[in-house]
Design a protein around this ligand. Structure first.
Ligand SMILES: O=P(O)(O)OC[C@H]1O[C@H](OP(=O)(O)OP(=O)(O)O)[C@H](O)[C@@H]1O
Ligand SMILES: Nc1ncnc2[nH]cnc12
Length: 182
């Protein structure tokens, strides 16, 4: 994974796994070693849809959806989806953004798995959960590949709107295997 930006005077390094010279091989390892087995495990819990956050979450979500026979539902940046949407504004390290999902993309009670590449502040995954809770979806888990623990987010689980824990287990923490994943 490569880092961009200067830590001083604004302490912010943008980390991007797609920019590494060796990004393809780690991705294959991640799929074979972690995400695919985990997705197969989820299959036994009848996950019906894989929610993926634009843009880099789209790299990991569709193969998982294919592997378990679930549908792929994109959660997109504003004004990208052509139909009626519901939206949530959220904060990241470097500002705010808006996430949108098509009305009717997920039904009430549907069991879903949220996939993204990276968790930094956790704002993006929380926004995804809020959108899904607004339509009554049942969130089984948030799964991401990389955590930036410098931000001190306790990403092992989030609480949903009814106070129940939703696990959000990263595979890597600063490029080292996390102790939390399955
Ligand atoms: O935990 P957070 O602080 O919310 O940050 C994590 C999000 O930030 C990045 O997306 P970003 O919108 O920067 O870029 P992308 O569209 O290239 O994926 C990353 O892909 C996550 O979705
Ligand atoms: N430091 C960071 N690097 C990459 N994506 C991010 N999203 C939020 N903070 C980030």
């Amino acid at each position: 994974m490569r880092s961009f930006g200067n830590p001083y005077p604004v302490k912010f390094l943008y980390k991007d796994f797609t920019s590494s010279d060796s990004s393809i091989l780690p991705c294959i390892d991640i799929f074979l070693g972690f995400i695919m087995p985990k997705a197969h495990l989820r299959n036994s819990f009848f996950v019906k849809s894989i929610q993926c956050v634009e843009a880099r979450g789209f790299i990991f979500g569709p193969p998982i959806a294919l592997a378990i026979g679930a549908k792929f539902v994109p959660m997109r940046k504003p004004n990208k989806l052509p139909g009626a949407v519901i939206s949530e504004e959220y904060s990241l390290e470097y500002g705010t953004d808006i996430m949108e999902m098509h009305v009717g993309a997920v039904q009430a009670g549907e069991r879903v798995l949220v996939i993204d590449d990276l968790i930094a502040t956790g704002g993006t995954l929380v926004a995804a959960m809020k959108l899904l809770e607004r339509v009554g979806a049942s969130i089984v888990e948030c799964a991401c590949v990389i955590e930036l623990p410098d931000l001190k987010v306790q990403s092992v689980c989030f609480l949903n709107s009814t106070g129940e824990p939703v696990p959000a287990l990263p595979f890597l923490m600063n490029n080292e295997p996390s102790t939390g994943f399955l």
